[in-house]
Design a binder for this molecule. Structure first.
Ligand code: TGC
Ligand code: FAD
Length: 391
């Protein structure tokens, strides 16, 4: 495979600052050198490459948009999005690790934590000395987290946690879990920091996944788990708190999906120009060119959506429905691109010698997590009509 030079049909690079381009290029190089050479093997063996956690932290990608005073890179939203795009060009599992660590563990501690909690956790999570996970989904409550059954009951010294969470990225390898539970104070949902080794807390891994195989996915089980008072996130309150975290992660995913699409597109274009059938490169056949024309158009539209969303976010003007639009469109786009690219490679499209089937399988999860495609349809529908159609 030739060196990846980006996919930029509309000179979108010209809308980026030099610093944003340099940040993206440093992560791009890292992905070429450290992720792409090993990731197919990790995927086959269902192994998350934990040895990359420290190098990723050294690159500054963990919690990259949080402030420097907590040991983070303090990047703008667009620079952060470009980082995430490049990571997912490597693999959605690596991007998942970074999204969860940054948007779903560090962000809630930053947004809802005490100063003491921020000082204790954020630098360690940014350095990759600690790994975190985010527990919202439950076996019986996925799209509808407001129905959650996990409960936190007040005790003399803190809280008693009971319940379980399902499909939790990083769960088994985490040192710390940010867990959302209904409290006995009017059923209000609050966030709790649950540390590894807390009696009554276990995190068994979920196996036999056909998607995100280079990522750890787990259950979290809490059985009379005592949480000290200092581990409640004091400024969390209501479902709005975890949903604010999801807005951060969904924004990143909108960029990540572009990365996965770019990887597939680049692979298919190179393949189609080299592969000869009926005495000419298959890229010369009109049917294949139509696929490339569709794909480059959709990738370009996705780039423009995420870029503008990032600029709005930098001005603190991005709305949840705008985030939903970018997540929904871009993940669907990436999945369609991956499937088209698979056809262009013929039988080779299903081979692990090429990254396409791995991306396509990963994107099946991305389509479902962080709000399913359908849920984002309904969020946009509610915004434009003023009528909620969830229930
Ligand atoms: P609803 O009444 O609409 O909202 C409750 C309160 O929250 C506010 N809000 C948001 N705030 C910030 N960002 C958002 N995205 C927000 N969405 C809603 C809302 O304004 C309200 O505020 P207030 O002040 O009135 O209290 O709540 P609902 O129960 O009707 O549910 C709405 C619904 C269905 C859209 C929501 O529950 C939802 O988004 N469901 C999808 C669940 C989901 O996305 N789960 C993801 C789990 S984490 C994950 O998948 C990680 S994968 C990570 C990886 O590996 O990369
Ligand atoms: P359900 O909610 O049961 O939905 C099933 C189907 O019904 C979907 O097609 C959905 O769109 C549809 N549906 C549901 N409600 C409606 C409605 N009102 N109208 C129309 N259709 C509807 N969660 C976490 O908390 N933390 C994590 O780190 C995490 N990581 C994950 C990693 C992986 C690999 C995966 C696959 C999932 C992860 N999740 C995580 C869980 C994820 O967020 C949920 O799977 C997702 O929110 C959907 O919930 P569900 O699977 O229970 O599906």
């Amino acid at each position: 495979m030739g060196k990846f030079k980006g996919v930029d049909f509309y000179a979108i690079d010209s809308f980026l600052s030099e610093e944003e381009r340099l940040t993206r290029d440093s992560v791009r190089d890292f992905v070429e050198e450290r992720i792409i050479p090993i990731i197919e093997d990790c995927y086959e063996k269902a192994r998350f490459p934990e040895e990359l956690v420290k190098p990723l932290a050294d690159l500054g990608v963990l919690g990259a948009s949080l402030p420097t005073e907590y040991g983070c890179a303090g990047l703008g939203s667009v620079a952060y999005g470009l980082v995430i795009q490049e990571l997912e060009r490597g693999d959605s599992g690596i991007r998942s690790f970074a999204s969860v660590q940054g948007s779903l563990v560090m962000y809630p501690i930053y947004a809802f934590g005490s100063e003491e909690q921020k000082r204790k956790w954020l630098p360690a999570l940014a350095k990759g000395d600690k790994i975190g996970c985010f527990g919202l989904t439950e076996p019986d409550f996925g799209s509808n987290p407001s129905g959650m059954m996990t409960r936190a009951k007040r005790t003399k010294n803190g809280w008693l946690l009971n319940g379980s969470k399902a499909w939790i990225t990083n769960g088994t390898i985490s040192d710390v879990a940010v867990v959302w539970a209904k409290t006995d104070e009017n059923d209000k949902i609050r966030g709790f920091i649950v540390e590894k080794g807390t009696p009554g807390f276990t995190a068994p891994e979920i196996h036999r996944k056909h998607s995100l195989r280079a990522s750890v996915t787990s259950e979290l089980v809490f059985s009379d788990c005592e949480i000290p008072e200092e581990n409640i996130l004091p400024y969390s309150g209501g479902l709005k708190s975890p949903l604010m975290c999801l807005s951060q992660a969904r924004y990143g995913i909108s960029w990540g999906a572009i990365g996965a699409a770019m990887a597939c597109y680049h692979t298919a274009l190179e393949y189609a120009t080299g592969r000869v059938q009926f005495d000419r490169p298959i890229a010369g056949f009109q049917l294949q060119q139509a696929k490339f024309a569709d794909m480059i158009t959709e990738i370009t539209k996705a780039q423009l959506l995420s870029l503008q969303l990032g600029r709005l976010k930098e001005q603190d003007k991005a709305t949840p429905a705008q985030v939903s639009m970018a997540k929904r469109n871009n993940v669907d786009m990436a999945l369609q691109v991956a499937r088209q690219c698979r056809t262009i490679l013929g039988a080779n499209g299903i081979s692990g010698d090429y990254p396409i089937m791995r991306h396509a399988n990963n994107l099946e999860s991305v389509y479902t997590y962080e709000g399913t495609h359908d849920i984002h349809t309904l969020i946009i529908g509610a915004e434009v009509t003023g009528i909620q159609a969830f229930k």
